[in-house]
Ligand binder design. Structure first.
Ligand code: ZN
Length: 468
């Protein structure tokens, strides 16, 4: 559908019933709002709608439903699976003007916010009261609450707090025909049958548009120690994890790993310094919450004695902690800035990671002999980000064709080890064709029934997750 193909009576209804700045069709804005961080799809929306209220969202969706106009709901567009891409003349429904945050409820430990509130702004808002919404990742400065919930976002604190799903009490959702649903309010307990919230959390905008949410908050963590360790290989990363998990004197709030190749790209792009003189195969960033500094110190000393690490450093200040975190959190942007990565986001049961990684090596050497592979991720959650880098001499089309051809081999291995082909990035357009590696035929059939029931005309983010 091109811009001209939007129905005339649809455009007329928009012009009559909405503020004059409700819709934009500026070419630059179409390009900007039509893409997310995936960057492999060419954006081509027909228009961008920028509502200020739930009522406007509801009336817009009712109109789109009536006229059969496809809508792509849009938050901070930091997704990596193409879930927010509008490449087929859709109308982008951006929630960015709906970013109001209500007062923090200090008795219930909740806050009600509009979907367009930026993650980091919510953190700041709650921190004034010693509280936090513990959904945290590198793109927190741009990602929004609505997008986080619609994609059930993961991130660097899942090992401690779980996924976004666990931190949502209430949802206001507008369904395809414009119906406004208020789901669960601010209730911690509500056992009145099926929990409809969960239908929309992780639905990537295919079943409804999230307009407001009541977020569950928790206390800001106390003393946090940040460590960076050097270890030879992935097996050693997992040995150290096993040991850290068995400690009773601290709680792990992040256990992240990356390989030397990731570090080299970060150093090249961000000019950051490694705290270690000698290189090492893998690095582990551990963040731990503890009330007992001496016990942590003793554990740290024992790691060297027991040969669990080859080098290690502990941040001595908030600045140093931020510097260590920057090495990990700059990886994604550094890989894209210094080359062309083919990204995959997979998860395995933590207990099966070692066997999986050993077999993954043989897939790499058969499919990508001598190519640069940058492996990192939230290994404490069993989540690996696999990045195959385009060899310099290879052209882009050949590279993309080759990696696409090789993906099924890895997904087959993921299935064999009872993992998931998308750990935290979602399905969007990128993983749609491969959903069968992680969901059964019976599950897919049920998902299609739900989609057709909630969106009978197929106007909500069509073609994402699955083809109805
Ligand atoms: Zn991640």
């Amino acid at each position: 559908m091109s811009t001209a193909a939007l129905p005339v009576d649809f455009l007329q209804a928009l012009a009559e019933g909405f503020p004059s700045d409700f819709l934009t069709r500026e070419p630059d804005e179409l390009k900007e709002y039509g893409r997310d961080w995936t960057k492999v799809y060419a954006p081509a929306p027909s228009a961008v709608a920028l509502p200020r209220t739930t009522d406007e969202v509801s009336r817009l969706l009712a109109l789109c439903h009536r006229h059969g106009v496809a809508v792509v709901p849009s938050g901070g567009r930091t997704g990596l699976a193409g879930g927010a891409v509008a490449a087929k003349g859709e109308v982008v429904l951006s929630l960015q003007r709906m970013s109001r945050m209500g007062p923090v409820d200090l008795l219930g430990n909740t806050v009600r916010v509009q979907a367009g509130a930026v993650t980091e702004a919510v953190h700041r808002h709650c921190a004034e009261h010693g509280l936090t919404w513990p959904v945290d990742f590198a793109s927190k400065g741009s990602s929004t609450v609505g997008g986080n919930i619609a994609t059930n976002a993961g991130g660097v604190k899942v090992i401690r707090y779980g996924l976004t799903r666990q931190w949502v009490l209430g949802l206001q959702v507008v369904t395809a025909d414009g119906t406004v649903l208020e789901l669960n309010g601010a209730l911690e307990k509500n056992n009145t049958g099926l929990d409809l919230r969960q239908l929309f959390i992780g639905s990537e905008g295919t079943l409804g548009v999230i307009t407001e949410a009541t977020l569950k908050l928790t206390q800001l963590p106390g003393r946090q120690d940040v460590f960076l360790f050097a270890v030879p290989d992935v097996a050693a990363v997992l040995r150290l994890f096993r040991d850290a998990r068995q400690q009773t004197t601290f709680l792990i709030s992040a256990y992240e790993f990356f390989t030397d190749r990731c570090l080299a790209r970060v150093q090249r792009h961000r000019k950051l310094r490694s705290p270690f003189e000698a290189g090492s195969g893998c690095y582990v960033l551990l963040e731990a919450e503890s009330r007992d500094a001496a016990a942590v110190e003793a554990w740290l000393g024992s790691l060297f004695e027991r040969g669990l690490v080859t080098d290690g450093t502990q941040a001595q200040s908030a600045t140093q902690a931020a510097e260590l975190w920057a090495l990990r959190e700059s990886i994604s942007e550094s890989l894209s800035a210094t080359g062309l990565p083919h990204k995959n986001d997979i998860s395995l049961p933590v207990a099966g990671l070692e066997a999986f990684c050993a077999e993954l090596e043989s897939v790499f050497s058969a499919r990508y002999p001598g190519w640069e592979i940058c492996l990192f991720g939230h290994i404490g959650d069993g989540n690996l980000h696999v990045n195959v880098m385009k060899p310099d001499e290879m052209d882009k089309a050949e590279f993309l064709a080759h990696t696409k051809g090789a993906d099924p081999t890895m997904f087959e291995l993921v299935r064999k080890h009872a993992g998931s082909i998308s750990a935290e990035h979602g399905v969007g357009l990128l993983k749609k064709d491969y959903l069968g590696y992680s969901r059964s035929e019976a599950e897919l059939a049920l998902l299609r029934v739900l989609k057709r029931t909630l969106d009978p005309r197929g106007v909500l983010n069509p073609g994402k997750i699955l083809d109805a």
